[in-house]
Design a protein around this ligand. Structure first.
Ligand SMILES: NC(=O)C1=CN([C@@H]2O[C@H](COP(=O)(O)OP(=O)(O)OC[C@H]3O[C@@H](n4cnc5c(N)ncnc54)[C@H](OP(=O)(O)O)[C@@H]3O)[C@@H](O)[C@H]2O)C=CC1
Ligand SMILES: O=C(CO)COP(=O)(O)O
Ligand SMILES: [Zn+2]
Length: 352
C-alpha cells in the first residue's frame, strides 16, 4: 500500500450558485457514482431541502435512504455507520450544516464510500475540508478524513440561513491570517512541514474576503457566494497542505479550549475570530494586524469581545493560558502564555 498522506485530494465538482441544489444528482452522475444514495442530514436542512434532493433520484434504481441526526456525537456517527452497513449505499450525501456534513464525512470514511457535501449554512470551512470534528464530553476531536467528491452550495438557501451562521463562516476565514502566521513561525522555529502554496492560498482567501467585506450583508445572496467561495478555497488550502495548518493556528486552539470551558456558548467561527484578534496582537504588538482583523469582524457583525461571545472575562483568560495544551502544534503561544500577559493582550485588544 502506498502512503497516501502526501496525496492532494480535492473535490472534483464544485457547484456554487442560485438554485444549484436541483443539479445535485447531475453533478453526482457526472462523477460516475452509482448505487443507492444515503442522505445524512439534520432536522432543519431536511425540512428545507430534503424533498428537492430526494426527487432528483426518483428515476434511479433505488431511491435514497435517509438518516436524520439530531446532534454531533460519536453515537450519531455510529448510528450512521450502522445504517450505511445495512443499506450498503453507493455514496453518502451530507445535507446541512457542520453537524450533518461532518457525520457524513466521518461515516463515509469508515464504510469506504465517497461523500458529497450539500451545505445549507456557510458556518465554517469544515463543509468542504478534509477534516472531521466532533464534540465529545466537552472536548473536540479533529481528525483527518476524505474531502467531499463534490460540493453543491445553493446560494439561495445559504442566503436565507441565520445571519450569525454566515458571519461565523466569514470569521473562520478571517482567522486564516493568524493561522498562516503561526504556521510560518512553526516552520522557522521548529521546522514544521510547510507549504508555500497552501499558505499563500489561505492568506489570499482571507484578504479577498476582507476586501469584499462591504458586500457581505444579511439576506444578500452575493454574500453567500463570496463566503462559500472562500470556504472552498480554504478547504483546498488544507487539502494541499495535508493538514489544517493553513486555517488553524493558536486562534483555533483558543476556540477548542473554549469548547471545553464554556461548551455551546458561542460558535466555532465567532470564537476563532476573537482568538485571531488576540493572537494577531501577540504576533504584531501595538502596530500589528490585529486592528484590521477586529475592524473586519465588526464590519460583518461578528463578535469582537468576550461579552459578545457570551463569555466571562475569566473564561477568556483561562482559554488563552491553557490553549497550548490542546495539541502538539507550535504557535505564537509557545509553551504557554502566563496569566498577566493573557490579561494584558485581552485588555489591549478590548476583548475584555
Ligand atoms: N470539520 C471541521 O473542520 C469543523 C467542524 N465543526 C463542527 O461543525 C458543527 C457545527 O457546525 P454548524 O454548521 O454551526 O452546526 P449545525 O449543523 O448544527 O447547524 C447549525 C444550526 O443551523 C440549523 N440550520 C442548518 N441549515 C439551516 C438553514 N438553511 N436555515 C436555518 N437553519 C439551518 C441547524 O438546525 P438543525 O439542528 O435543526 O438541523 C442548527 O440548529 C459542530 O459539530 C462542530 O464540531 C466546526 C468547525 C470546524
Ligand atoms: O476549523 C478548522 C479550520 O478552520 C479545522 O481546524 P482543526 O484541525 O483545528 O479542527
Ligand atoms: Zn475553523
Amino acid at each position: 500500500m502506498f502512503d497516501k498522506s502526501t496525496w492532494i485530494r480535492l473535490p472534483r465538482n464544485v457547484l456554487v450558485g442560485h438554485g444549484v441544489l436541483d443539479q445535485a444528482a447531475e453533478a453526482i452522475e457526472e462523477l460516475h457514482l452509482r448505487g443507492q444514495p444515503l442522505i445524512v442530514t439534520s432536522p432543519t436542512p431536511y425540512e428545507l431541502a430534503g424533498e428537492r434532493i430526494e426527487a432528483q433520484f426518483s428515476s434511479w434504481d433505488e431511491e435514497p435512504a435517509v438518516v436524520v441526526v439530531e446532534d454531533a456525537s460519536f453515537d450519531a456517527i455510529e448510528r450512521v455507520i450502522q445504517r450505511a452497513r445495512d443499506v450498503d449505499p453507493g455514496f453518502l450525501i451530507g445535507l446541512g450544516g457542520g453537524k450533518a456534513i461532518d457525520i457524513a464525512k466521518m461515516a463515509s470514511d469508515d464504510v469506504g464510500r465517497g461523500f458529497v457535501s450539500v451545505p445549507t449554512v456557510a458556518s465554517h470551512d469544515g463543509i468542504v475540508s478534509n477534516r472531521g470534528s466532533v464534540p465529545e464530553e466537552g472536548t473536540r476531536h479533529s481528525v483527518a478524513a476524505e474531502p467531499p467528491l463534490a460540493v453543491v452550495a445553493d446560494t439561495e438557501i445559504l442566503a436565507n440561513a441565520p445571519w450569525e451562521l454566515t458571519t461565523a463562516g466569514c470569521a473562520d476565514i478571517i482567522s486564516n491570517y493568524t493561522a498562516v502566521m503561526d504556521w510560518r513561525l512553526a516552520y522557522r522555529l521548529k521546522n514544521a512541514p510547510y507549504s508555500q502554496y497552501a499558505a499563500a492560498l489561505s492568506e489570499m482567501t482571507a484578504e479577498m474576503l476582507v476586501g469584499n467585506a462591504d458586500s457581505i450583508r444579511p439576506s444578500l445572496e452575493e454574500s453567500s457566494w463570496i463566503v462559500v467561495k472562500a470556504l472552498v478555497s480554504s478547504g483546498v488550502a488544507m487539502s494541499i497542505a495535508g493538514s489544517s495548518r493553513p486555517a488553524s493556528g493558536a486562534e483555533h486552539l483558543f476556540s477548542h479550549q473554549l469548547d471545553q470551558i464554556a461548551p455551546g456558548r458561542a460558535s466555532h467561527g465567532h470564537q476563532v475570530g476573537v482568538g485571531s484578534i488576540m493572537t494577531a496582537y501577540l504576533h504584531g504588538g501595538e502596530n500589528g494586524l490585529w486592528r484590521e482583523i477586529r475592524n473586519a469582524l465588526a464590519s460583518i457583525d461578528a463578535p469582537t469581545t468576550a461579552a459578545e461571545l457570551d463569555l466571562e472575562d475569566e473564561e477568556v483568560i483561562e482559554a488563552l493560558t491553557t490553549a497550548h495544551e490542546i495539541r502538539d502544534r507550535y504557535t505564537i503561544l509557545g509553551d504557554g502564555i502566563d496569566e498577566t500577559a493573557a490579561r494584558e493582550v485581552a485588555r489591549q485588544t478590548d476583548v475584555i
